[in-house]
Write a protein that binds this ligand. Structure first.
Ligand code: BTN
Length: 255
């Protein structure tokens, strides 16, 4: 189904809604590999994903018809591959902007790109880049946000939703339109080269920044403090024995 009711300049103007699909990211990747012409800013949304994919080969589990599971196609050919974390910051901030509209300031970003309310995860992002030379030809930005789901399985005890937080049901398409506008605003900020501002805001919204907390690294639970992020998106982390730099999956948050 095609729908052209979204109000932004380009993100979501071409919206394809699917009843069910394996994964909206995989759908976009397959379409691109078959050279299907797709507009910059195309959004694929699905009511249900059979094999929704998350970070680090995890699956993304979401109750059908209750939550937002969608992918946005962007063509950030202006972005050198070594700056790919800047796109991650822009999209993480866009989801944070959206959530803070509803949760008034208490939504945070858990490094590198989880959306958090309190100590619970409400959304996640999976960005898959198709690179050409030194630049990003296509970025497939997969987003899952829990909206109207009331209960989560025991293995997702750390999950929450807008409904759990605010005790209300929301219209999914309307929220999708709002999120597309927030992504567009942050993406245009990135394209204009305002990365210092994006970085400052990302750091201000970072979950557990400058707080001593427990983390698992080097196969042990140890305390430490998040201090910042490198240009490439590594976590700058203070330990009792000095600063360390971690890639995603080298450190786990213990809550
Ligand atoms: C994570 O936090 O692990 C990232 C989750 C990303 C899930 C979304 S849902 C829409 C898109 N399609 C997928 O298969 N994954 C992303």
């Amino acid at each position: 189904m095609q729908n052209n009711t979204f109000s932004g300049l380009f993100i979501g103007r071409n919206l394809i809604t699917l009843k069910e699909v394996d994964s909206t990211n995989t759908f976009l990747k397959d379409a691109l590999s078959k050279s299907t012409p797709l507009l910059d800013g195309t959004v694929i949304m699905a009511d249900k994903q059979f094999t929704g994919r998350g970070q680090a080969s995890n699956s993304w589990i979401s109750e059908a018809g209750k939550n937002l599971t969608f992918s946005v196609l962007l063509n950030p050919t202006f972005l050198p591959i070594e700056r790919q974390f800047d796109l991650n910051m822009a999209v993480s901030l866009a989801l944070n902007d959206f959530l803070n509209k509803y949760i008034s300031g208490s939504a945070l970003i858990k490094w590198p790109n989880d959306s958090y309310i309190g100590n619970k995860k409400i959304g996640g992002i999976l960005i898959e880049n198709i690179v050409s030379g030194n630049t990003i030809k296509h970025a497939i930005i997969g987003i899952g946000i829990n909206i109207n789901q009331e209960d989560f399985p025991p293995n997702l005890k750390n999950a929450t939703s807008l409904k759990q937080a605010l005790h209300q049901d929301y219209n999914l398409l309307r929220l999708l339109g709002e999120i597309c506008n927030f992504i567009e605003a942050r993406y245009l900020q990135l394209k204009a080269g305002n990365t210092d501002k994006l970085r400052d805001e990302y750091l201000r919204k970072l979950y557990l920044k400058d707080e001593w907390a427990l983390f698992r690294f080097d196969a042990e639970i140890q305390s430490g403090k998040i201090r910042g992020i490198t240009d490439k998106g590594q976590l700058v982390f203070e330990t009792a024995s000095g600063l360390r730099y971690f890639n995603n999956n080298e450190i786990e948050f213990i809550i």
